[in-house]
Design a protein around this ligand. Sequence first.
Ligand SMILES: Nc1nc2c(ncn2[C@@H]2O[C@H](COP(=O)(O)OP(=O)(O)O)[C@@H](O)[C@H]2O)c(=O)[nH]1
Ligand SMILES: [Mg+2]
Length: 223
Amino acid sequence: MAEIKVMKDILGENDAVAAENQKLFTEKGIYVLNLMGSPGSGKTSILEKTMEKLKDKLRMAVVEGDLFTSKDADRIEKHHVPVIQINTVGGCHLDAKMVQNVLPRLDLDNLDLLIVENVGNLVCPAEFAVGEDEKGVILSITEGDDKPMKYPLMFKEASVVVLNKVDILPYCNFDLKGAEEDIDTLNPGVKIIEASCTKDTGVDAWCEWLQDRVAAKKQLAAK
Ligand SMILES: Nc1nc2c(ncn2[C@@H]2O[C@H](COP(=O)(O)OP(=O)(O)O)[C@@H](O)[C@H]2O)c(=O)[nH]1
Ligand SMILES: [Mg+2]
């Protein structure tokens, strides 16, 4: 019982800080996406594509969560988009306080879209809000079509699920239709995008989805 209480307290504290972050983002009219998924699913790849396509249309910034290195932040920096690296030093997820601590380093008055690439992990990041408007999951088809049902929370919480690497579908034994049905069972009506970052398919649909969300947040903030 005690263990359950401690976990509840940790989550309660995190939610309070996440609410502070969210209030600030809403005041500034910034749409924030918490991007989650396994290591190697293609989170940084889709961000690189997003920057190519949207950085002249939207004012973007990226927060990169990683265990130890700045390898992903280095990839983002090449696109001349503001990026802040958070190293969790072994921690399996970002939390709201970590994100709050780096916000003074971002020019929040001149930002439309903030994407937080969470630590690669299909479990823990789903439990810790960082102040985002919505969550997104990238699942690579190399991970297997059983993963949505095996790791349901992340898929239940997401507002968008990208099934990435469809270019190598013929080699992967992945039941695309079955996986999509499972995701829809967990989270009815959730937006599902079939994508290949390397072949640039589905990336336009992803960018359109993001642009719609940014526009909706701006309208909300203007009210
Ligand atoms: N074949 C293929 N490889 C991809 C695709 N997207 C990403 N990759 C590769 O998958 C690996 C992991 O990608 P990365 O973006 O670092 O994943 P992350 O760990 O989720 O950020 C890299 O070698 C990418 O080049 C894709 O659509 N198709
Ligand atoms: Mg990455």
